[in-house]
Design a protein around this ligand. Structure first.
Ligand code: GAL
Length: 682
């Protein structure tokens, strides 16, 4: 893909804000970057006013001057469209562009991402500025690609403005054609919600409790995704009219309420991600992973990125302490951690890594969001570390373009992700199972991929997975069941957890025997089910000679057809009911497990299904290390990442070439605290 992700090199970049610094600093900054091994800068994603300071008056000289300099010194540039932060004149003159909260209160100027994608005015003005940016700058030789917007759906991913109401109705009319179909899909007969005019329909509004029509909310989330995707596509179509051959179009980040796969397919060449592993230590959202592997939760995020495009870029990689002026949270990376986290990104498939940001800003909301350099810009240990990282990446460039290797997958789909956001039961089982699977996989050195399921998924892409977990396939369609069946028939093993198959695509509960569309495939019937009552104590399961503990929920199972009872509940009134059914289908097997996963049960599945620790013949490493392998043809590149501050002793059971040193290595090796080993193994 032109200058980065070309399959030949691993490239470093940084985020730079020419508008934040006196012009006299630009040359020195660019030259220092190049010296440290940084070849690319990303610019302009918040710089609308630098080109259109007042409405309709366009001046290009600011970035022309910067690009002249970039060309003179030999710096490559990723140029951005600036639609994440509209200018003050725009929101003041056209308040209808503003997004609103669920009570209809407008979000005012001062933050970012405060507009709504559906405002015709915002669309028109965004279209115009994107056209102006692209038409004027895209032919510049230093530009290698474009970033559309910035972190679409970050921070705010719900929209309640008047324009959203209108666009929601259009979306629904297109989807359902008539109100009868919508009323049926949303079950509006319940509580007198039957609609007789499209104008009666609104984006969700405040009710007298948090309860609202769940089928409407599911469609509303699909609508948000659709709106965001249309906004990105509108921009990408414009930019593509002007880009030079070989230049790419991307965007950064993976955020909620957006089908990132579809967005990438229709608008981008690849996805990039913003990786801030140290947030693991300070944001509540990340507390579901035990302390010692918290920054490895980013490995989970990187697996999500890889599910969109197997080889990708990191547009923002943490290089300093992070936090806004209102919250100063993520500590500074300790010596070695910048390199560790860079290698974490590379191990998972990043061939481009760009640090956020070059200099720490001295003004505004992000004065505590540190970059490589502090406020003074003096040389420091972090820029020295960038130099060392660059040297390492140079010496391991042969692995560029290689693909992360995994034999285990976790199946996901957007409908179930969105259903779990609004359905507390779905959310609770998912909240238990997803981190449990991640921990069991991570701690046993079992690499995995996220695998996304659609009605039109090409199942041949799933052949490489020996085992797929689909923890809670609550929403199911005939088409998706057919994809799962095809995977199993050709030899795959599918493990489904509780609460599966009981909703249709509208989120309505089905009237069939559970697990509904999955009953035949799993050879399972669920005559009874229950949340594990708070006073139930430990609910145990016996699987052969292994005892497991049920989590959160119990589906009480009975085999049907060729289904075989593998495990039973052994406590409370559930005792004797099936807890695990297996069903042989074609050359493969389906398991229905009647509860949510915990770390131990997930580990036992990996072990019994014989997919645990696939590299145990290659390397032995403590749990404080992550193991990853990227493969290119017959070449296997092993990454051992030590997240511990103490050195780790590992044993390389094969011979390998340490790519940092070019030396042959094998046997006992000590990896420094926060150190990494990357070697080609034979
Ligand atoms: C990212 C964002 C950047 C910057 C950084 C620190 O999420 O893309 O623009 O804001 O976080 O807040």
């Amino acid at each position: 893909m032109g200058a980065i992700l070309d399959g030949n090199r691993l490239v470093l970049g940084t985020c730079y804000y020419p508008e934040h610094w006196p012009k006299e600093l630009w040359r020195e900054d660019l030259e220092r970057m190049l010296k440290a091994g940084i070849e690319v800068v990303r610019i302009a994603e918040f710089a609308w006013s630098k080109v259109e300071l007042t409405e309709g008056n366009f001046t290009y000289s600011f970035f022309d001057e910067f690009l002249d300099l970039a060309e003179e010194v030999g710096m490559k540039v990723i140029f951005c469209t600036p639609t994440a932060t509209p200018p003050a004149w725009l929101t003041e003159k056209y308040p209808e562009v503003l997004n609103a909260d669920i009570n209809g209160v407008l979000y005012r100027h001062g933050e970012r991402r405060h507009c709504n994608y559906n405002s015709p005015v915002y669309q028109k003005l965004s279209e115009r500025i994107v056209e102006k940016f692209a038409a004027h700058y895209a032919s510049r030789p230093c530009i290698i690609g474009w970033q559309i917007d910035n972190e679409i759906n970050c921070g705010i991913n719900q929209f309640y403005s008047e324009s959203d109401n209108r666009a929601f109705r259009v979306f629904l009319e297109k989807k359902y054609g008539n109100l009868d179909a919508l009323n049926e899909a949303w079950g509006t007969v319940f509580w007198n919600q039957t609609y007789t005019d499209w104008e009666e329909i609104h984006v969700p509004r405040k009710t007298n409790s948090d309860a609202t029509n769940p089928h409407e909310v599911l469609d509303y989330t699909r609508f948000i995704s659709d709106s965001a995707r249309r906004f990105i596509k509108m921009q990408s179509d414009i930019v593509r009219k002007y880009v030079k051959p070989g230049d790419f179009v991307t965007t950064n980040g993976i955020f909620a309420n957006i089908d990132n796969h579809q967005m990438t397919k229709e608008s981008l060449d690849f996805i990039t991600y913003d990786s801030y592993p140290n947030f693991a230590y300070c944001l509540d959202a990340y507390r579901d992973v035990p302390g010692e592997i918290r920054d490895r939760k980013w490995s989970r995020n990187l697996a999500e990125v890889r599910a969109v495009t197997p080889v990708f870029g990191i547009m923002e990689q943490q290089s300093g302490a992070n936090g806004w002026n209102t919250r100063m949270e993520a500590p500074s990376p300790r010596p070695g951690q910048m390199a560790l986290w860079t290698m974490q990104s590379v191990a998972h498939g990043a061939d481009y890594v760009s640090y956020f940001r070059w200099r720490t800003c001295t003004v505004g909301t992000e004065i505590y969001w540190h970059g490589i350099l502090d406020y003074s810009g003096r040389d420091n240990r972090r820029i020295a570390e960038v130099g060392q990282i660059h040297e390492k990446l140079q010496s391991m460039k042969e692995l560029a373009g290689s693909i992360y290797e995994a034999q285990v997958g976790i199946v996901k789909d957007y409908d179930n992700i969105w259903d779990a956001q609004l359905d507390v039961w779905h959310e609770r089982v998912d909240r238990a199972s997803q981190p449990a699977l991640f921990q069991a996989l991570q701690l046993s050195h079992t690499p995995f991929d996220y695998v996304y399921l659609n009605d039109d998924t090409d199942v041949t892409e799933w052949k490489k997975y020996q085992v797929l977990f689909y923890p809670h396939a609550t929403i199911m369609s005939k088409e998706r069941e057919a994809v799962l069946r095809a995977y199993v028939e050709t030899g795959g093993t599918l493990v489904i957890g509780c609460r599966s198959g009981y909703k249709d695509m509208n989120g309505r509960c089905v009237m069939e025997k559970l697990p509904g569309l999955l009953a035949d495939l799993s050879g399972t019937d669920i005559p009874e089910y229950s949340f594990i009552a708070p006073d139930a104590g430990k609910v145990t399961i016996q699987w052969g000679d292994t005892e497991l503990e049920a989590s959160v929920f119990t589906d009480l199972l009975q085999p049907i057809g060729e289904g075989k009872q593998e495990a039973v509940y052994t406590s409370d009134y559930y005792a004797g009911s099936g807890a695990l059914i297996s069903n042989t289908v074609g050359a493969g097997k389906v398991y229905y497990y009647g509860t949510a996963f915990n770390t131990e049960s997930a580990r036992v599945f990996l072990e019994k299904l014989n997919v645990i620790s696939p590299y145990r013949d290659v390397v032995h490493a403590p749990t404080g290390c992550e193991i990853a392998v990227r493969r290119k043809g017959a070449d296997q590149y092993l990454f051992v990442l030590n997240y511990d501050k103490k050195p780790a002793q590992i044993e390389l059971c094969r011979k390998g070439t340490d790519l940092y040193t070019g030396q042959e290595v094998s046997g006992r090796i000590e990896i420094d605290g926060y150190g990494t080993l990357v070697c080609k193994v034979y």
